[in-house]
Design a protein around this ligand. Structure first.
Ligand code: S3P
Length: 180
C-alpha cells in the first residue's frame, strides 16, 4: 500500500486523462481537477490563445503555477497536461503529493482519438504522426519516472479503463490526509 493525499494522472494527449479521471474521481469520492482547465480559467483564454501570446514557455510557467497550487490540496483527482512531466520540479511535486498513474497510449490510437481535435496547439500542423512520435520519445522516460502504476489504454474504452484502474488502485493506493 502506497499512501498519498491525491491521485494524479499523467500521460500523452489522447490517453483519456480527463474522461477516465472524471469517472475515477466519482468512484473514489475525490474532487476532479484538470490542470489545463485551471490555467484556462486563470488566464481567461484558451490554450491555443495562451500559446499564441506567450508561447509554449509562457504556457509551461502558468501550468507549473497551477499544478503547484492544486497539489497543495488534498483529496483531489488531478488530470495533468501531457507536457507537465517535462519540468523536474513538477515531477518531484507529483511524487511527493500524489499516487501517480501513467495512462499510456500508442500513436495510432492517439491519431484516431485526436483526429478532429483543434484545441491542442502542438498538433496544429500537418505532420501530426511525426510530432506524436517525437513527443513520446522525449516524454516516455519522464512518465515512467514519476509513475507508481501504469495502464495501457490503447484497446480500452474509458469505462473499461476506469474499472481496471479502480481494482488496481484499491490494492495499491492508500488515501492519506497529510497536509502540504
Ligand atoms: C500538451 C497537452 C495538453 C495541453 C497543451 C500541451 C502537451 O493537455 O496541456 O495543449 O504538451 O502534450 P492534454 O494532455 O490534456 O491534451
Amino acid at each position: 500500500m502506497n499512501p498519498a493525499p491525491n491521485l494524479i494522472l499523467v500521460g500523452p494527449m489522447g490517453a483519456g486523462k480527463t474522461s477516465i479521471g472524471r469517472r475515477l474521481a466519482e468512484r473514489f469520492g475525490l474532487e476532479f481537477t484538470d490542470v489545463d482547465q485551471v490555467v484556462v480559467e486563470r488566464c481567461g483564454a484558451t490554450i491555443n490563445t495562451i500559446f499564441e501570446h506567450v508561447g509554449e514557455a509562457g504556457f509551461r510557467e502558468r501550468e507549473k503555477a497551477a499544478l503547484g497550487q492544486v497539489l497543495a490540496e488534498t483529496g483531489k483527482l488531478v488530470s495533468t497536461g501531457g507536457g507537465a512531466v517535462l519540468d523536474r520540479d513538477n515531477r518531484l511535486a507529483m511524487q511527493r503529493r500524489g499516487f501517480v498513474v501513467y495512462l499510456r497510449v500508442g500513436v495510432d490510437a492517439q491519431l484516431k482519438r485526436l483526429g478532429r481535435d483543434r484545441s491542442r496547439p502542438l498538433l496544429q500542423r500537418g505532420d501530426r504522426e511525426q510530432v506524436l512520435h517525437d513527443l513520446a520519445a522525449t516524454r516516455e522516460p519522464f512518465y515512467l519516472e514519476v509513475a507508481d502504476l501504469m495502464l495501457d489504454t490503447d484497446a480500452m474504452s474509458p469505462g473499461a479503463a476506469t474499472t481496471a484502474l479502480a481494482q488496481l488502485l484499491a490494492a495499491q493506493w492508500q488515501r492519506s490526509e497529510q497536509a502540504a
